[in-house]
Design a binder for this molecule. Structure first.
Ligand SMILES: O=C(O)c1cccc(C(=O)CC[C@H]2O[C@@H](n3cnc4c(=O)[nH]cnc43)[C@H](O)[C@@H]2O)c1
Length: 232
């Protein structure tokens, strides 16, 4: 990072997804403002939005529109489900393409998105071909770049999973990622979405999830990301 002081906003849906990280910061200025002696010119702020698209858009828009503390970079952190059963639980990824999938109309033949229905121009910013693409890509060891869908409903039945897979051919899903990208890109704020796989998208069975592993690895990858930034 350069000498100018940076304000980094860490956005997570739930407290549990981010607290391993905040516990590692060396100083806490307020319950949601942190500094770390390893990153002297950086103020870290956390924003816990709540789960899903609506609370994320409301909370993040409210925060970034506040003129008193401009944000230089948003980092969206969390866990996610992977569509490919061969993707290892605990793998951390950077999401570079995001799509909203439950935004449209269901009829007897299937699903028509707002783009299909021409309610929304698929190439009007922040969209390009109905996708929100992040130009800020991180070239870091052990961090692959993936595509994601964002849905208010986590897919957990055979039928809904099949539909979700064929709709977007994405690598992973979360319930907030596209919402963060939607706000950040329209406000011209740099953003990074980093997620660690806690489960596969399969018929719902919480016993197969590995949340502790995902959170440990998310924390490790986050500090590797900060080190990476220090070098550029
Ligand atoms: O109990 C469940 O079935 C369940 C389903 C989705 C998420 C949760 C959470 O407790 C985690 C909150 C957070 O995690 C993201 N997440 C994780 N895995 C998935 C997934 O397979 N599909 C969608 N979202 C997922 C999500 O962003 C939540 O905010 C519990």
């Amino acid at each position: 990072m350069n000498k100018k002081s940076k304000h980094i906003l860490l956005v997570a849906a739930t407290k549990f997804e981010i607290e391993r990280i905040t516990q590692k910061f060396t100083h806490s200025e307020t319950p949601n403002h942190f500094r770390d002696s390893r990153y002297p010119n950086t103020l870290f702020e956390t924003l816990i939005t709540g789960v899903g698209i609506h609370p994320t858009i409301y909370q993040l828009t409210k925060r970034v529109m506040s003129p008193c503390e401009p944000v230089d970079l948003i980092i969206n952190l969390g866990i996610a489900g992977a569509f490919d059963m061969n993707r290892a639980l605990g793998e951390t990824v950077q999401v570079v393409k995001q799509q909203f999938v439950d935004w449209g109309v269901a009829d007897s033949k299937g699903f028509l998105s707002v783009f299909d229905l021409q309610f929304q121009n698929p190439n009007q910013p922040p969209f390009s071909e109905a996708t929100i693409t992040n130009p800020l890509t991180i070239e870091m060891k052990n961090l692959s770049q993936v595509s994601s869908i964002t849905s208010n409903t986590s897919h957990g039945s055979i039928e809904s999973i099949q539909i979700a897979k064929t709709q977007a051919h994405a690598d992973i899903e979360s319930m907030e990622g596209a919402a963060v990208a939607f706000v950040a890109k329209q406000e011209s704020i740099d953003y990074i979405e980093m997620r660690t796989i806690s489960n596969h998208v399969e018929p719902r069975d919480r016993s197969k999830w590995n949340i502790p592993l995902a959170l440990d690895n998310l924390c490790t990858s986050f500090f590797q990301l900060l080190e990476h930034y220090k070098q550029i």
